[in-house]
Design a protein around this ligand. Structure first.
Ligand SMILES: Cc1cc2nc3c(=O)[nH]c(=O)nc-3n(C[C@H](O)[C@H](O)[C@H](O)COP(=O)(O)O)c2cc1C
Length: 182
């Protein structure tokens, strides 16, 4: 089973992005094993904290390193990606010489209630993930304008066209990992 580390760019319980991640997890059932990184206690990046490494930092690095691929699901905050994701990226790249991100296949998606569905934020994040040495999936893109009526009470997608679109996207990510993973 392909191991996927999942980073969600929203910390709130009812996050639409968490719901999208759960829907993708259900579609990938039997093919991928999702492990959700806990970013709620992650401190802002501070070099001095390496002297007494926070558990949340080590847990994040281990989750990324143990995964075959990383799925990042983000809301758009003021036309870019949320700060919690930037902190997760920065912690992952350090200490020098121990970049947890190096060579990891990464897929980026996100959702918002707005019509452009996180397109600007995703483009910013793609640029950053190239910089930190990941193999970012460029295509297909998945910008999803969230519709609550597309999901059932368990979080599975019920709308047929959304379901086939999301399923094709997660299958492309599996193919991307097979092609670029180490
Ligand atoms: C600080 C902040 C900035 C936001 N900026 C944008 C934006 O630039 N584009 C957008 O489509 N939605 C924006 N939104 C609305 C979010 O898309 C919406 O709150 C979404 O539900 C957040 O994701 P979540 O449900 O996973 O928490 C913003 C929300 C917040 C809290």
């Amino acid at each position: 089973m392909t191991k996927i580390a999942v980073l969600i760019g929203s910390l709130r319980k009812d996050s639409l992005n968490r719901k999208l991640a759960v829907a993708l997890e259900k579609l990938a059932d039997g093919r991928m094993d999702f492990s959700y990184a806990d970013l709620a206690d992650l401190p802002h990046y501070n070099d001095e904290l390496w002297e007494n490494i926070p558990d949340s930092v080590m847990a994040l690095k281990q989750t990324i390193e143990a995964a075959d691929g990383v799925l990042i699901v983000i809301p758009e905050y003021n036309r870019t990606y949320p700060g919690v994701i930037k902190d997760a990226i920065d912690w992952g790249t350090r200490p020098w010489g121990k970049n947890s991100w190096a060579g990891k296949p990464v897929a980026i998606t996100g959702t918002s209630p707005g019509v452009i569905g996180t397109a600007v934020a995703q483009n910013h994040l793609r640029a950053t993930m190239v910089t930190v040495g990941t193999a970012v999936m460029g295509q297909p893109e998945l910008y999803y304008a969230y519709k609550p009526e597309h999901f059932d009470a368990d979080g599975a997608v019920t709308d047929d066209s959304t379901k086939s679109f999301l399923d094709a996207w997660i299958t492309s990510f599996a193919d991307w990992i097979a092609k670029t993973g180490r």
